[in-house]
Design a protein around this ligand. Structure first.
Ligand SMILES: NC(=O)C1=CN([C@@H]2O[C@H](COP(=O)(O)OP(=O)(O)OC[C@H]3O[C@@H](n4cnc5c(N)ncnc54)[C@H](O)[C@@H]3O)[C@@H](O)[C@H]2O)[C@H](O)CC1
Ligand SMILES: [K+]
Length: 232
């Protein structure tokens, strides 16, 4: 049985390590990004051998920051990246803002609406990989509608051949394993088909599993769960 920590315990572990001066937030984020790329290629060695095209959804918090680190690392390995930001990049927290700045030194960022226009075209999946770095342990309310539309399209494999969720599939509560339902969503729709959360083939989390990975809608949405150490 994997070690399990709640989101509150995870934040306390991170903050204690950062406060002790043993490690910085940006260093933890770099380790998380590197761990995610390592897990990706361990799971799908064919992707390591043949770089392709990936879409990265980057959210307004440090989960999005992980996405910018991963994008930079994949680009260095010959991948072609389309980055789509959720929210206002000017309001990113410091660690994520630093990762964003490092990405912007080598690549562009599109608005999420660009991707919603792509999913309207009935075309074969454009990407080898969709990387969900929208929301992690800081999710506090149902996903915004454009993101739900993208996950609904991806539940029909309209965007990418494979999906990897960073830390936790966006839309899934990391403690309870519940999918946060917007007030306007019919209660009888299964979370995956309504796009209320990301359905991943692989979820890479850091330091330890969270309860939400293993209960409720978690197992069905996470796909294969890989835990990567970030040296905490
Ligand atoms: N601390 C570190 O250096 C590391 C963190 N890791 C990654 O960080 C996330 C946790 O980051 P945090 O910023 O706390 O939370 P999120 O990125 O999940 O998002 C919070 C952000 O989003 C807003 N928000 C919440 N729900 C919604 C919603 N439904 N719609 C719109 N906006 C929403 C909220 O207000 C915040 O602004 C963790 O999961 C890791 O991925 C690194 O992995 C390790 C280093
Ligand atoms: K995520």
């Amino acid at each position: 049985m994997p070690q399990i920590v709640t989101t509150a315990q995870m934040r306390a572990i991170e903050q204690t390590a950062i406060a002790s001066g043993r490690v910085s937030g940006p260093a933890l984020m770099e380790r998380a990004g590197a761990g995610a790329v390592e897990a990706l290629f361990e799971t799908w060695p064919d992707l390591a051998a043949a770089p392709g095209r990936a879409a990265v959804l980057c959210g307004p918090g440090n989960n999005g920051g992980d996405g910018y680190v991963i994008a930079r690392l994949l680009r260095a390995r010959g991948w072609y990246l389309d980055i789509f930001h959720i929210g206002d990049v000017r309001r990113l927290p410091p660690d994520a803002a630093q990762a964003y700045g490092l990405w912007r030194a080598c690549g562009k960022v599109h608005s999420l609406h660009t991707l919603t226009r792509i999913i309207r075209k009935a075309a074969p999946p454009r990407y080898a990989l969709l990387i969900d770095a929208g929301f992690g342990i800081g999710l506090s309310r149902p996903l915004p509608e454009p993101l739900r539309a993208i996950f609904a399209a991806q539940s029909r494999r309209a965007l990418a051949r494979r999906v990897v969720a960073i830390d936790i599939p966006s839309g899934l509560d990391a403690d309870t394993g519940a999918v946060l339902q917007p007030v306007d969503a019919p209660m009888d729709e299964a979370p995956a088909c309504a796009g209320l959360a990301c359905t991943a083939d692989l979820t890479v989390t850091f330091h330890a599993a969270k309860p939400g990975h293993l209960r409720g809608a978690g197992p069905g949405l996470c796909g294969k769960l890989v835990v990567k150490s970030i040296g905490l």
